[in-house]
Ligand binder design. Structure first.
Ligand SMILES: [Fe+2]
Length: 241
């Protein structure tokens, strides 16, 4: 058997890591009472429901976005701190264009489980990179893929790419059973795909560095109803100010 096919994923060597639902259940969810867990799910429903259709490129996505700054005492400060843009070299579809999305709803930004999730991403970044939090932009993106039978949903750009941000977390929130596709793809180059996997359970996640390319396979609906897939992206980008 090819040893490469059986070895476990290693952040240092492979530039990405899969963080399963169980990690978040053990570390975050189980620390909260049932009322807080219920408020987390209702805040997610509110926030994803308030997103606006992404008209900047094709692919049937509903989005919202906010920036996050970590204060010296660890307090997370949310707001719109800078225009959102991907450079053209990272995104040939919408690169170079400032994009405006609605803000992430306050119910989610103030939710204790959401804050614990962001703090867990921050902790991972501090342990596994040399990024200085005082000089890091954190971006929070809610992305709802909305696929119909004859109108698929897909990412922008639609195939293998890197984001400009150095570290990116993808947290899967929920996918409707009727959805087809949505497989996560990691590639060491634009010619060599190294991993294909599925984020299925609530909070199944992965994190990647600039070492790898990524993509998600296009999504469709298996019946006449719209199929939704909700994810939260948390991005970390150095700045020099
Ligand atoms: Fe991306």
């Amino acid at each position: 058997m090819n040893s490469k096919s059986t070895r476990s994923i290693n952040w240092e060597r492979d530039g990405f890591e899969i963080l399963r639902s169980q990690h978040y259940k053990d570390k975050i969810i189980d620390a909260f009472d049932s009322a807080t867990i219920a408020s987390w799910h209702s805040a997610l429903a509110t926030a994803f429901g308030k997103g606006t259709f992404d008209h900047y490129s094709m692919g049937n996505r509903i989005r919202c976005h906010t920036d996050c700054r970590v204060e010296p005492d660890g307090f997370l400060h949310f707001g719109k701190f800078k225009p959102y843009m991907q450079p053209l070299e990272f995104n040939p579809i919408t690169g170079g264009q400032v994009r405006e999305y609605s803000e992430v709803h306050a119910d989610l930004l103030s939710n204790d489980i959401f804050l614990a999730l962001i703090n867990d991403d921050i902790e991972f970044t501090q342990i596994n990179s040399n990024m200085n939090l005082a000089k890091t932009f954190i971006g929070i993106h809610l992305m709802r893929y909305a696929a119909k039978r004859n109108a698929p949903a897909y990412s922008s750009p639609p195939w293998l790419h890197k984001d400009k941000e150095e570290i990116v977390f993808i947290h899967h929130i929920n996918t409707d059973d009727r959805m087809i596709g949505g497989d996560s793809i990691i590639a060491t180059s634009e010619k060599e795909i190294s991993n294909v996997f599925k984020l299925e359970r609530h909070l199944d996640s992965f994190v990647m560095s600039h070492k790898v390319f990524h993509a998600v396979s296009p999504m469709g609906s298996a019946d006449e109803e719209i199929a939704y897939r909700d994810i939260i992206l948390v991005t970390f980008e150095r700045h020099s100010e």
